[in-house]
Each structure stands twice: as C-alpha cells, then as structure tokens.
Design a protein around this ligand. Structure first.
Ligand code: ADP
Ligand code: GLC
Length: 512
C-alpha cells in the first residue's frame, strides 16, 4: 500500500491568497502539513482580481497550446499561473480568466455584499479548467481532494466526461464538506448555460434538488470518499433536515464512505508568545501579561466604562445566522448589565451589521464594533478578550475556539459540531475543563453559560487555572493531516469504476 501520495487540493479559498472563512486556513495548513510529511502537494485556486502577480511572485505557466473551457454555446480561455507557499514545497496553481474569476471579491461584490449572479458559471468554469489543465499538462495524481460546493462538479465530471482521460482515470476523489449550509444551489437553466449534462438532473438524480441544481449533492453522490471537518458534524448531518439541510438522505446513503476529520489550528500564526500583532506577547509562563492587552484595547478604543477588572467578551466571526448571533442579540442588554464589555469583528448579513452598529451607539463605553475583515484586529481581539463567544446554531468545526484556547481566552460555545469535539466543559469541583458549553439553542442556556464564566472569572486563581488548561490544549495539524492520509488510502482503495450509472442509481435509491 502506498504511503506517500501525489495530492491535488482544489479550493475556492486559501490563505494568504483569498480568505472569507475557515476554508482558507484549512487549505493552507493542510497543504503545508502534507508537504512537510513528504507528500507531493499541488493546490488549485482561482486567480481573483485582487491578487497581484508581482506582489505574490506569480509566474505564468506555459500550457500546451491554447486551453479553452466550453460553457454551453460559449468557450472561455484559461490561463495558468504558479507561485509558491512561503516555507513549503506545496505548488500553488492559480487558474485565471479575467472575466469570470478576476473580480474584486471571492463570492460576491465586497461593496454591496451580494453574491455574484453568475457564481454557477464562475465555479463550473473553475472546475472544468482544473480538469483541462491536468489533462493538458498530463499531471498525475493519486487523489484529487475537493473542498465545498465550488469544486463539487469535479467528481461528477471526472466520472461522466473524463473517465477515459489517461491523466485523470487513475485519480481517486475525496470531497470535504466544510459547511452544508452552503450547497451551491442554482436555477435549472444554468445547466444549459454551463453545458452540464442535463440528463443527470432527472427527479432525485445526482444533480437535481427540489427542481434546481445542487453542486454539493453531485459531489456527495460521485466522490469516492466524503469527509467533513469534525466527527460530531459527520454524525449530525445524517440525522435530519436541521443539520443535513435537505441532503441528509444522500449523506446517509453514503454513510459508509463518510468520515469526520477534525481541523487543526495553525500554531505558527496563532501563538501569543510570538504574535507580531500584539502589544504585549505572553505565554504559559507569563499568562498575567495577557491582561495588559485587554487594558491596551480598552484605552485604544476609549471603552471608558471598562477597567482591567471588567469581563471582556470577544467575537471574530462571519456575521451569519449560523453563528448564533440572534441569541446574542436577544441577551446583549443583560450581558452588558454586568461589569462587562464586548469586542466584535466581523462582516456578513446586513441584519447583524445594523444590530452591532446600534449596540455600539447605545454602549459607547463598553462595546467596540468593527464591521470589517481585518487579520490584525482578529489577533488583537483574541489576546484582549477574557472569553470568546461562539453560540453557533451549527458549526462544522470552527477554528476560532481553538485559536482562543491557545490565547487563554476561554471559549463559551454551544455543544454542536466541532465545538462539541474541541471544548471540554469546565468542572467547578475538579477545576478541569477548557471552556463553558451549553446545549439548548436558547437565550437562557447562553446566559447560564456566560453567567457561569463570569462567576469563575471573579476568582482570579480559578480563572488562571482555567486559562492555562485551555492554553495547553493541542489541536495540531499533524494529527489532522494524518487523518486525511488515511482517507486518501481509503479513496484509492475504494475508487469506484464503471459502470457508473449503476452506482449513481443505487445511491439515489438508498437516499429515498
Ligand atoms: P467559518 O469558516 O464558518 O467562518 P471558522 O471559525 O472555521 O468559521 O473560521 C473563521 C476564520 O476566519 C478564522 O480564521 C477567523 O479568525 C477568520 N475571520 C472571520 N471573520 C473575520 C474578520 N472579520 N476579520 C478577520 N478574520 C476573520
Ligand atoms: C466552514 C465552517 C467552519 C469550519 C470551516 C473550515 O466555513 O463553518 O465551522 O471550521 O469551514 O473547515
């Protein structure tokens, strides 16, 4: 059995090139870690308009003749660029087409925050372009590792259209679900526009979803192996509509091939003792210095109702319903009635932009809100806060709670997905545990958890022990990458070959 793999990771996001959420961090850390373990790693990401060739040291890759991707009646040209990932042997390929991918945003217009209306075409193009490039350059991979719906057509195209292409025929596929709340569901008309096989969109078929087209469903049906980013989420998404978001049937039909691998945390970027963004660096041996960051933050943001003794709650998040922000909205006044402040960094739904703006206006001495995407401020808030709030409605994995723990910032989380798998509930009798965990999705349960944290916070000794427990947790990427290597082995072993129609039919039957 092979122990070293040639892996091709395909993702719409990858730090430091393009980041909207945790997917970007995962693409970076996973490729880095796999490469450091001796695997041969290539990553394909779109070349967005905000990526500067010179800044990034990008070089144009010469393809064998002109490469064009057919989209319905049209064809679009493909350019390929390459650059390196600092400190890593992983090769980064940037797929370019100025019109479709070279825009200022990843998924939508940064000004209006609306998704681009042609995302179905943009990511069909990206998926097809990746396959055309592999074919054109005769690249050989053991495994093609796809991430989220933007790359969901690749397993389907590989089996339905590229099965006899030498470069692709031998590669197995792994599809990782980072968030089932975003499935890439588009109107049926896009099939013709994008030149996708309409015959696969029959009722209950692999591309069909309530009369529409669903990229994520296609990947779940066609990938050799499927994974998601925590074990609990892998179970939750098979239980019903709430977590499965309508795909629970197909997921259940493939449950033997569906695994959970918990993400890791990048402790080079997220290390309070070396963090260049912090006014005061600190670690286990000088944990008391963490409080200096809080005071610095309070003074800098003129939070005049707070002192170093106040309880500072931090949030760094996409501002989306997923993150449980409606609960927070309902209890905000009650929370701020304590000797407590709130530091918020995020962008997302208009509703939460308005809520946090109003909250800051009402509590100028206690609340600091930045409706922005700001790498530095994310680190500053992690270091300054006493607790980190993540009352998520659902959470496939979540990275911020892991970063928080390393920063001695005690997480207050709901028991779901990766939050359930990473935060150990504080036990007041033994002093063990790493955070505060609540179960019901309710304001009362959230208030109880924050109240419990506030209570322990008043006892400096107990709180310091709790901080130290959290700081010593280790969610290294090495463990996660090993988990993926196991899945690559499985994918290679289970690669499904023709006649493929029977396979698709049997998955659809089981999903009924
Ligand atoms: P999700 O992927 O659902 O957004 P994760 O917790 O997995 O949630 O990852 C979010 C990542 O994005 C973290 O690295 C977090 O620090 C970062 N992040 C989220 N919002 C912002 C923001 N406004 N500014 C800077 N970083 C952010
Ligand atoms: C998603 C999830 C988040 C996860 C991240 C990376 O965006 O919402 O929970 O940590 O992907 O896998």
């Amino acid at each position: 059995m092979k122990t070293k793999f040639k892996v091709c990771i395909v993702s719409a996001e990858m730090a430091p090139f393009a980041k909207v959420g945790g997917l970007a961090d995962v693409a970076n850390s996973l490729s880095r870690t796999l490469a450091s373990m001796g695997h041969e790693v290539s990553v394909f990401v779109p070349r967005y308009g905000f990526l500067d060739a010179q800044d990034m040291g990008m070089k144009r890759v010469k393809l064998n003749g002109e490469v064009r991707v057919r989209l319905g009646n049209d064809t679009k040209s493909v350019e390929l660029w390459q650059c390196s990932l600092r400190g890593s042997k992983a090769a980064i390929y940037l797929v370019a087409n100025d019109y479709l991918l070279g825009r200022n945003g990843v998924y939508g217009d940064p000004e209006t925050r609306y998704d681009y209306a042609d995302n179905a075409l943009r990511f069909t193009f990206f998926s097809r372009a990746v396959l055309e490039i592999i074919k054109n350059l005769s690249l050989r991979y053991d495994v093609i590792h796809l991430n989220d719906h933007q790359t969901g057509l690749i397993p389907l195209l590989m089996k339905e259209e590229y099965a006899s292409e030498k470069a692709l025929a031998s590669a197995a596929t792994l599809f990782t679900i980072h968030n089932l709340g975003y499935q890439g569901v588009y109107p049926r008309e896009m099939l013709e526009e994008a030149g996708l096989p309409e015959e696969l969109a029959y009722a209950m078929g692999p591309l069909e979803f309530w009369g529409k087209v669903n990229f994520m469903k296609a990947a779940i049906v066609y990938a050799d192996i499927i994974s998601t980013v925590s074990e609990t989420y892998a179970k939750e998404i098979q239980t019903g509509q709430e977590y499965g978001c309508g795909l629970e049937g197909v997921l259940k039909a493939r449950s033997e091939d569906l695994f959970g691998v918990l993400n890791g945390a990048d402790y080079v970027t997220w290390n309070p003792s070396t963090d260049r963004y912090l006014a005061y660096k600190y670690g286990l041996s000088n944990v008391k210095d963490k409080a200096k960051n809080k005071l610095h933050f309070i003074n800098k943001n003129r939070l005049s109702d707070l002192t170093q003794q106040s309880f500072l709650m931090g949030i760094v998040s996409r501002l989306a319903d997923q993150k449980g922000l409606d609960l927070l909205e309902a209890v905000a006044d009650e929370l701020l009635a304590m000797d407590a402040g709130l530091a918020v960094l995020g962008t997302g739904q208009q509703r939460y932009h308005e809520f946090f703006t109003r909250l800051q206006e009402r509590y100028p001495g206690k609340v600091s809100v930045s409706l922005d995407f700001n790498e530095k401020l994310a680190h500053v808030i992690e270091a300054a806060s006493d607790v980190f709030l993540m009352p998520s409605r659902y959470e496939p994995c979540g990275l911020n709670q892991m970063y928080s723990m390393r920063y001695g910032t005690v997480p207050v989380v709901r028991f779901t997905g990766g939050l359930a798998d990473t935060v150990k509930p504080y036990n007041p009798t033994t002093g063990e545990g790493t955070g505060f965990v609540f179960h019901d999705y309710s304001t009362a349960a959230l208030m109880d958890a924050v109240g419990a944290a506030y209570g322990v916070f008043q006892d400096k000794e107990r709180w310091e022990r709790l901080m130290k427990n959290a700081m010593q947790e280790d969610f290294s990427w090495k463990r996660a990458a090993k988990g993926y290597v196991e899945l690559y082995k499985k994918a290679v072993g289970r690669k499904c070959s023709a006649p493929f129609a029977d396979w698709v039919y049997s998955v659809s039957e089981k999903a009924l």
